[in-house]
Design a protein around this ligand. Structure first.
Ligand SMILES: [Zn+2]
Ligand SMILES: [Zn+2]
Length: 174
């Protein structure tokens, strides 16, 4: 088979595929309606014969009608799958974006909190200062100090050095 024939066959298959879909689109609803009619006949006969204390004679219609409706539904879904998917995509995308917009501030607030988790809190006024700042931006108090024994940098409100364990006297705090 050469390329031309291959292409031709592919095109034919695509065409057939489209044709099958079109058939599904037409047959699907017809089968649903036919199934519905059969189901109604069967059901109506069942009700009427039950109220007349007779054996239902068209009860089999229900057994044809219900599966026919199911098959018809499947055919219709298969035929309209592309349209349904397109509709769903169209419908869900803005909703998703909208949800994303609403989640976004929450996420940035959380990420900011995580980013600032090691931001120094002023020991005097308690305000949260930017990371790496040496003095409180609200009251000017020192946010960190150096251990007089080992030179480690410590939190301003530390009572003991966390490097050498020595007690820090009050006058050495600032
Ligand atoms: Zn302060
Ligand atoms: Zn120390």
């Amino acid at each position: 088979m050469n390329e031309e024939e291959k292409k031709d066959l592919e095109e034919k298959q695509l065409h057939n595929h489209k044709k099958v879909k079109t058939i599904f689109k037409i047959i699907g609803p017809i089968v649903i309606v036919a199934g519905l009619v059969f189901a109604i006949i069967g059901f109506a006969d069942f009700i009427s014969s039950a109220s007349n204390f007779e054996q239902p004679t068209k009860f089999w219609c229900l057994f044809i009608g219900l599966p026919a409706m199911a098959f018809g539904g499947m055919f219709t879904l298969a035929g309209f799958r592309k349209e349904i998917m397109r509709y769903n995509m169209h419908e869900t995308t803005p909703v998703f974006n909208e949800a994303g917009k609403q989640i976004q501030p929450g996420i940035s607030a959380i990420s900011n909190a995580v980013k600032n988790s090691d931001a120094p809190i002023c020991p005097v006024c308690g305000s949260l200062n930017d990371k790496d700042s040496a003095f409180c931006k609200k009251c000017g108090a020192a946010l960190s100090k150096t251990c007089p024994h080992c030179g480690a940098s410590l939190d301003a409100d530390a009572n003991f050095c966390d490097k050498c364990g020595k007690k820090l006297s009050d006058e050495q705090k600032i």
